[in-house]
Design a protein around this ligand. Structure first.
Ligand code: GLY
Length: 647
């Protein structure tokens, strides 16, 4: 029943080939950790690493048309994973960008061509539905896009009508208007480029489920329509005051979900319908992970699509969801682990911990029911899944292969910690008087011990006590509100700060990196950085804190390089050439093209050479002051955070 003519790798390649044929430069797939965007924990969209270009910095390729496949992580909908047919935390977003080059007409026409042309994806145009921005006090209705869509549908003989209130309409039209909630994108941070968007949906032909509303429409959640592509027209800039200004540049930013499109390509029947039971978990992306789990828990060889197997075996829905959560979260966790993040109770480490523990908890739950004799071996299962992910994605994301040992060992340690936490949490729970078994305690257990809420609820129920989800959510929201305020304060510096002070710190980061590698050897690498006009912060995989002598040594080297007044030069070279020159890279390259390299010192015997987007000073002599390490902090077993300042 699966169409074998499309694999997910072919889809990715075809997307890039299409945009190349339209004059686009294929750019690298950037790290999951946003560089120099302290307001975000992970790269959450294809445009995220491109913000500075969307704000006017010329791209180093010299081209104003770009495209790539970008790995992204969003955890806002983590509870929806496995519940709907389309939600994921980690996903691969295919995108094309116009940097003040083409605009609505070309973007829409090309999207339509890629999706429908027999030469490309060949989807039936009658199955495609567009949504556009309805207009409000900030921005007017997107009449241009409406007209373009009408013309485009006309070229294939479809007379597309427009519906203004699709939720209340008993007819489904090819063009539907929605509010900002549905048809506006960005900014990715607090301020930045943003604008109305037009989304493209595929009609899977499924029967509408009235539980989701009286009428079906593209944004209805019943699962009939699947959003596959978003074209954002960045005509606006949201400023500090929260106002939408007309942007000086007119950019296009798009995002096409690889997982969703491959679901359609692999499972549409001759009429274009996609069986309602099928989800992204039945695509080739998750096939080998599904096989491992079906074999482990159900002692069966998977020969059907996962969703069909689970449904025909009458596996209860919560257990079907559990299987998918394990698949999805282990994949996402492997990707995060490959970026040198370790599970912790803070920021990125906490997201990772949550992903791993949700996967582990679901493994334990399934083992209770389906494989009690294997319950002691679940950490081995986790290892098997991770190894499979590393094999499957290792070519595309080489850091997975490179970090294999660390990924497996960190996951194993986290598994053991989780088991201990479950034990400790259980003791705390048992010692708590019944009156105190409430939402607050559940949140406390969740927050301090990584104790899943459902487990607390189950255990309370065993003692005849109900803990309501609402109370738990209230305690959680209170906590989130407090930490959000903390974050806003912490990140008030904002994005894309190019003050002279920050630029100096940027160059100092390279010098710090180099001096540490001189002292500790070439196996250590920068793991993250954050710059404000007041200081730099730098994370590196060093196990022990620096001794006083080492601090002195680092400072002396850096201040020596400042005194030497070394030139800092910027070059654009191919990724291969950058490697040949030995340029360090915080980012990895996949679809490598031209990269920017900063060299400090003479090109024949440089002090430092790194791939980086800058900006930097042009001479180390421009750095005003003396560099001092002001603080160091261990933030992981193998991760040291250093703060430094110019005094
Ligand atoms: N940046 C476009 C999207 O995420 O849909």
């Amino acid at each position: 029943m699966k169409n074998t003519q499309w694999t997910s790798s072919q889809l990715k390649q075809s997307f890039l080939d299409f945009w190349k044929s339209k004059g686009h430069t294929i750019i690298r797939n950037a790290s999951l950790l946003p560089e120099n965007d302290p307001s975000a924990l992970f790269t959450s969209a294809g445009m995220h690493p491109l913000v500075s270009y969307l704000m006017g910095t010329p791209h180093e390729s010299g081209n104003t048309k770009l495209a790539n496949i970008q790995r992204c992580l969003r955890t806002g909908d983590i509870e929806e994973v496995g519940v709907t047919r389309r939600h994921l935390t980690f996903f691969e977003m295919a995108g094309n960008w116009s940097l003040n080059d083409y605009f609505k007409k070309e973007a829409i026409n090309w999207s339509f061509e890629y999706l429908t042309s027999k030469e490309w994806l060949g989807l039936d145009p009658a199955r495609l539905y567009a949504t556009v921005f309805r207009g409000d006090d900030d921005a007017s209705k997107d009449e241009d896009s409406i007209q373009i869509w009408k013309d485009v549908f006309n070229t294939v003989g479809i007379g597309a009508n427009v519906v203004d209130l699709p939720e209340d309409s008993d007819t489904i039209e090819h063009i539907s208007c929605y509010s900002k909630k549905e048809n506006w994108w960005g900014p990715v941070s607090k301020t930045g480029p943003c604008g109305p968007d037009t989304e493209i949906f595929y009609d899977t032909g499924a029967q509408h489920d009235p539980a989701f509303g009286k009428y079906c429409h593209p944004n209805c959640d019943c699962g009939r329509f699947i959003e596959i592509w978003n074209n954002v027209f960045m005509e606006f800039f949201k400023n500090d005051a929260g106002q939408y200004e007309k942007a000086p540049l007119k950019n296009v930013d798009t995002g096409l979900g690889i997982e969703r499109v491959i679901l359609i390509l692999q499972y549409k029947d001759n009429d274009g319908n996609v069986d309602k039971r099928l989800t992204i978990f039945s695509t080739d992306l998750f096939e080998s992970l599904s096989k491992i789990l079906v074999n482990y828990f159900f002692d069966n060889t998977l020969t059907q699509p996962l969703d069909i197997y689970l449904s025909e075996k009458n596996i209860p829905e919560p257990d079907q969801i559990a299987i998918k959560v394990i698949i999805e979260h282990t994949r996402a966790a492997a990707m995060v682990l490959s970026e040198h993040i370790e599970p912790s109770n803070k920021d990125r480490g906490y997201v990772l911990r949550r992903l791993l523990r949700r996967a582990m908890r679901n493994m334990m739950k399934l083992a209770d029911t389906y494989a009690p004799t294997k319950k002691q071996k679940l950490d081995e299962l986790l290892g098997t899944l991770l190894e499979d992910i590393i094999t499957q994605y290792g070519n595309e994301y080489p850091e997975l292969t490179k970090e294999k040992e660390a990924i497996l060992s960190l996951a194993h340690t986290e598994f053991k910690k989780f088991e201990q936490a479950l034990q400790r949490g259980s003791t705390l729970f048992m010692n708590t008087i019944p009156e105190k078994l409430n939402g607050e305690l559940a949140f406390d257990l969740y927050q301090s011990y990584g104790f899943p809420f459902e487990l607390t609820q189950e255990m309370a129920a065993e003692r005849g006590i109900t803990i309501s989800t609402v109370d738990f959510e209230k305690a959680k929201q209170l906590h989130q509100e407090v930490s959000r305020k903390g974050m806003e304060k912490k990140f008030a510096g904002g994005l894309g700060d190019k003050s002279p002070q920050s630029v100096m710190y940027h160059t100092l980061t390279h010098l710090l990196h180099k001096s540490l590698r001189d002292i500790f050897g070439q196996d250590i690498h920068q793991q993250g950085s954050n710059i404000t006009p007041e200081r730099l912060r730098f994370d590196i995989n060093i196990k022990e804190r620096l001794t006083d002598e080492q601090i002195k040594e680092v400072e002396n080297r850096i201040n020596g390089w400042i005194a030497e007044k070394l030139p800092v030069t910027r070059d654009e070279v191919s990724a291969e050439e950058a490697d040949r020159r030995g340029a360090l890279a915080f980012f990895s390259e996949k679809y490598g093209s031209t990269v920017t390299v900063y060299t400090i010192g003479s090109p024949d015997s440089p002090v430092s050479i790194e791939r980086c987007m800058g900006p930097h000073v042009t001479n180390t002599g421009d750095i005003q002051g003396t560099f001092k390490i002001t603080k160091q902090e261990k933030i992981g077993a193998n991760l040291l955070r250093i703060k430094g300042q110019l005094v």
